[in-house]
Design a protein around this ligand. Structure first.
Ligand code: AMP
Length: 546
């Protein structure tokens, strides 16, 4: 027997309709690409999204068409997402940090018909344009006063374009499983693969993320997503904030410590979210300039492992509550959150930081398991590590156009490619990417554990561990360090600091100092490039033996 409740499809436009009705005057503040801080509201975002939808339809954009965005976090970018999905088309967020060849490749692979582009990226698109035959219109996200002269064909000024519509438009209606967004994985090996979110998955994911034990959003709070809209679906903030009517502060192109700090303070932000490299810049700035945080209560760190020292620096130094999050593009992206559940409250500070350094537990809607190489499930004992697999309401079932073939196992679980252990309380800790784990004498060594420990040394700014060839052990850990400006710790200092804090056989065999560690387009340590950089390196012990 079926239930007798209404069918109310979970469609994205319902979020902005709701926000405009119940929280219409709530602000959406942006640091504009042109420079000044601009102020909008949810009512205005909706009005512009309606105009945008009207114009897209007039332009022949049909349900299922892909429309690209190459833009920073601003109210305009937000408007494009709601306008595009309001006609049943699909927003395709292009990550500007990808290599130009990858950008060309994904725009062509997605068969994007139109692109919304920030001023910053106009020169880049001018170069790529001859190889982008599918793009019929380039809408430049600016006003007439700032419109550059450009070689882009059919270039359109966003504000003028919108002014040509009256917004008298009724959102299209369709099944809630209709595709809504497309985001490509960073593709460190081979071509990037497209993850195709649906209206339903985006809304369920955003609802789960706004809950108090998750990101914890509220109409009385203000969120600043440093995480870009082009990185893994903006960690749901683009939907979750309007869904609860939270004030939204968009940082635009300026993600340096001073600029982010300024917005946190002037806009009285209560919660902010971003990757560790961004927080490194903010912490550096605040420590150097002797700043304090007056309104921020919570900092969400995800996208790469947050070292315990970073969590402590925020909590002890600035009195904010830090929580760790893990996820991936394929998971919409949030897969776990490191907030403290009732069974781990009341811990002494040191133990609490141990829990917070883990990537957290799965929220409702995400199932998690760890398995060995033969897909046998492993115990949740906080020690045994294995392949991390997930299943859930906002997890990909396949890649766009079937790339990569069948990606689920016989139980419908997706292999994340991460290696992790899970403790009896359900807290999961990533120990590595499966491709990065060091295999020493048949045993696995976690590179993330060593990196997190090394950055606890007061002189160390960033650390990365890669495997170096060893004739007896196969691979041994090589620790690569970037020191803080003006600091002088040497190899021995670092090794002395680490000794007795990890198993003896996990200790790096050598430490190398470099000026900069390479990062990927989504802010992670680029181990492939680092391994290339050290391809001719030999461990000192091996050199001696030769
Ligand atoms: P992306 O799809 O670009 O978001 O990358 C997903 C991958 O980033 C995951 O599979 C992890 O390897 C890594 N990752 C994301 N969040 C974390 C985290 N909190 N700690 C460690 N690794 C993370």
């Amino acid at each position: 027997m079926m239930g007798l409740m209404q069918q109310w499809p979970l469609l994205i436009h319902k979020v902005i309709d709701y926000a405009a009705l119940q929280h219409g005057t709530q602000e959406v503040v942006s640091r504009s690409v042109e420079g000044p801080i601009t102020r909008s509201t949810y009512a205005k975002v909706r009005q512009n999204a309606l105009k945008l939808a009207q114009l897209l339809k007039k332009d022949g954009i049909a349900p299922g068409d892909r429309v690209a965005t190459l833009a920073w976090n601003t109210a305009r970018h937000l408007e494009t997402w709601y306008g595009i999905t309001g006609v049943g088309a699909i927003y395709h967020t292009v990550n500007p940090r990808l290599f130009p060849e990858q950008i060309t490749w994904i725009i062509n692979h997605a068969e994007d018909k139109l692109i919304f582009v920030d001023l910053t990226f106009v020169p880049l698109l001018e170069k790529l344009q001859p190889q982008l035959p599918g793009l019929k219109r380039y809408v430049i996200l600016t006003d007439a006063a700032h419109l550059p002269s450009t070689s882009l064909p059919n270039a359109t000024c966003y504000e003028d374009w919108l002014a040509g519509a009256d917004g008298d438009f009724v959102w299209d209606s369709f099944d809630e499983s209709t595709a809504a967004g497309l985001c490509y994985t960073s593709g460190t090996t081979g071509h990037p693969k497209g993850v195709l979110y649906s209206h339903r998955s985006n809304l369920l994911h955003a609802m789960a993320n706004s809950l108090p034990d998750a990101v914890g959003l509220s109409s009385t709070g203000t969120i600043l997503p440093v995480v870009p809209l082009f990185h893994a679906n903006s960690w749901s903030v683009a939907f979750a904030a309007p869904m609860v009517g939270a004030k939204l502060v968009m940082p635009g192109p300026k993600l340096d410590g001073a600029s982010v700090y300024e917005l946190l303070e002037t806009e009285r932000v209560t919660i902010t979210a971003g990757v560790p490299t961004v927080w490194l810049m903010l912490l550096d700035y605040m420590q150097r300039e002797n700043k304090t945080l007056s309104t921020v209560k919570r900092v969400m760190i995800g996208g790469a492992a947050a070292p315990r020292s970073m969590i402590e620096a925020f909590e002890r130094g600035f009195g904010v509550n830090v929580f760790h999050a893990w996820g991936m593009t394929e998971m919409s992206p949030v897969g776990s959150l490191g907030t403290l559940k009732s069974s781990v409250t009341g811990l002494i500070e040191n133990e609490m930081f141990d829990v917070k350094a883990k990537q957290g537990y799965a929220p409702f809607g995400v199932e998690m398991r760890i398995t060995d190489d033969s897909n046998n499930q492993l115990p949740w004992d906080g020690k045994t590590f294995g392949h991390l697999k997930v299943r859930g309401m906002a997890v990909a079932s396949a890649y766009f156009k079937g790339d990569g073939g069948d990606i689920l196992d016989e139980d419908g679980f997706f292999d994340t490619g991460d290696v992790a252990h899970i403790d009896p309380q359900g807290y999961m800790q990533i120990t590595d990417r499966a491709k990065d784990v060091i295999k020493s004498g048949g045993e696995w060594i976690s590179t993330i554990d060593i990196e997190n420990l090394a950055v606890g040394h007061p002189d160390v700014r960033e650390a990365a561990v890669i495997g170096a060839k060893h004739p007896k052990w196969d691979e041994r850990p090589l620790l690569v360090i970037v020191l803080k400006a003006g600091k002088t710790a040497n190899r021995q200092d670092i090794l002395d600091y680490m000794r007795d804090k990890i198993a003896k056989w996990w200790m790096p065999d050598d430490v190398q100092f470099i000026d900069e560690i390479p990062h990927t387009a989504t802010g992670k340590i680029n181990k492939i490039r680092l391994r290339e950089q050290f391809k001719d390196y030999t461990l000192p012990e091996v050199t001696k033996a030769e």
